[in-house]
Design a protein around this ligand. Sequence first.
Ligand SMILES: [Zn+2]
Length: 283
Amino acid sequence: MIRAIDIHTHTSDQAHKEFLGEYGRFYEKYFGRPQRIISVDEQADMYRGLGMMFVLLALDAETNTGNPRISNEQVAEAAKRHGDVLIPFGSVDPWKGKYAVREVERCVNELGMKGMKFQQILQGFFPNDQRFYPLWEKCQELQVPLLFHMGTTGIGAGAPGGMGIKLKYAQPIPYLDDVAADFPELRIIGAHPAWPWQEEMLAVCRHKANVYLDLSGWSPKYFSPSLIQYANTLLQDKILFGSDFPAISPERWLQDFEQAPFRDEVRPKILLENAKRLLKLDV
Ligand SMILES: [Zn+2]
């Protein structure tokens, strides 16, 4: 019996540590503790024990960061071992051009990915740049949902110059809103409450039927009244539970969610129903 779907988790293994590279030092400071190294198998066991499914994200930002990627193969192979709980999302580096478009196709048709993740801050690109439109065309054709990072990031936070990381790529309007407008069949999830552009993200979510929002990366303890207000009313069918594990554990997120003033009839939508519909899952 599945009681929730965590729409946003990362690996927390050695490959993830290498992916973060130098950024890791400040990432650990930002989240107040060292990165716990656990294997993807242990991660799957943890979610199984919690009665939850989870989306596991690959990540390729090689061109912009020079760091190794979290490969699509790793995520797809883990999904084969843990198909009962693990939902694989692929990643391509948009700067890899035609290769990236072909890789999206391979992710969906050969590796069985259920969606694609983009991290514009690390990948260093604006989604509404026309050079990347062939990517969105391909994703729309393949009918896979896309998850975009929104708002600030823990990566580089607190370092001089944020270690060169630029936040501008993760602003909802116009960068994500344009893509949602130009690809109305594309299902788009804006990840995180998108601070400091939360109200923009809520507006896009309200305006575009094809845009959703995940609540990952923040404890519900810190959600603003407007976020909770929209989740309880107008956006109750479009808001999704996500933890951003390992940054926040699903247990901690859920504990704080219990305490936050969400309406009882809306809670199961956020935890399970909305994700099930969006991912077209039958669980
Ligand atoms: Zn994340």
